[in-house]
Design a protein around this ligand. Structure first.
Ligand SMILES: Nc1ncnc2c1ncn2[C@@H]1O[C@H](COP(=O)(O)OP(=O)(O)OP(=O)(O)O)[C@@H](O)[C@H]1O
Ligand SMILES: [Mg+2]
Length: 260
């Protein structure tokens, strides 16, 4: 089934542990439940999204590492793993990605390797969701060069709020230098806990900020321990416990994303 327009979305934040991977997995699962075709691309050497879909390390399979280092010759279709949910696919990651930065460093067009390697996939899916590592490396720059949109999970914690400014600067720089078409689709409040003052305060700060307030999704992702359990089970919480708060929040987020 061909898709009219593939939305290529990076889920990014240089800060670690803010819910990037959980967002990629569950937004992917929730969009799939809405009848959309989705490809998840794991560009993080930590392999959390790959493991979160229950995929074990295997030397024989192609990964995003192969896409980056053999971008001119590889057929990206061969790196796609079909999951038990038909129409929800993944290109897994490999720990070798740690070295890709250095391998690509002195190559021409080093920022455009991912775009080159994945170009034949445009039009094949409704959504391509990309999980990124918590750093601004050449890996993340490759993702920003390829993506049309960025989703920013922001933990409802003061440090995360302060880090937003830097991330916005980074994306401005990418827009000027590398990818004029990139835009920030939204900020997702994560780890929200209505009972803590710090969580409520950070929400109020985002809502009051001229730069951020229109980008903030109405849906807040609440703290939900079932999310951690689902990682252990190797599947998104949206499938693991469809009745949980975690699943509900990500289903709501998917509906909101479809409107943007
Ligand atoms: N809403 C939530 N409620 C409870 N736990 C969560 C929630 N979201 C994520 N977690 C857990 O918090 C941890 C960090 O989440 P996640 O891996 O998605 O962050 P990340 O931004 O991808 O981290 P990294 O920067 O290391 O890639 C994980 O153990 C995950 O299971
Ligand atoms: Mg992650």
């Amino acid at each position: 089934m061909e898709s009219e327009k593939t939305r290529i979305i990076a889920v990014a934040n240089e800060k670690g542990g803010v819910g990037k991977t959980v967002t990629v997995l569950n937004l992917g699962a929730a969009l799939y439940r809405e009848g959309k075709t989705v490809l998840i691309v794991d560009i993080d050497p930590q392999r959390n999204a790959t493991e979160g879909m229950g995929i074990e390390p295997d030397e024989k399979i192609l990964t995003s590492y192969d896409i980056l280092v053999n971008s001119e010759t590889i057929d990206a279709n061969e790196a796609i793993i079909h999951t038990q949910w038909e129409g929800l696919d993944i290109i897994p990651s490999d720990a070798e990605l740690v070295g890709a930065d250095i391998e690509l460093y002195d190559q021409d067009g080093r920022e455009e390797k991912l775009q080159e390697g994945l170009k034949e996939l445009t039009g094949k899916y409704d959504f391509i969701l990309i999980d990124t590592p918590p750093s601004l490396s050449l890996l993340t720059v490759n993702v920003f060069a390829y993506a049309d949109e960025v989703l920013i999970p922001c933990q409802t914690h003061p440090y995360s709020f302060n880090a937003l400014a830097e991330l916005f600067d980074t994306i401005d720089m990418i827009e000027e230098e590398i990818n004029p078409g990139i835009r920030i689709t939204g900020i997702i409040a994560t780890f929200f806990n209505n009972r803590t003052k710090v969580s409520r305060n950070v929400m109020e700060k985002i809502q009051a900020d001229e730069k951020y307030k229109d980008l903030l999704f109405k849906t807040k992702i609440r703290i939900n321990t079932t999310i951690a359990d689902s990682a252990e089970a190797g599947m998104p919480v949206v499938f693991y416990k469809p009745g949980s708060y975690g699943a509900k929040d990500y289903n709501d987020l998917a509906e909101e994303l479809l409107q943007r």
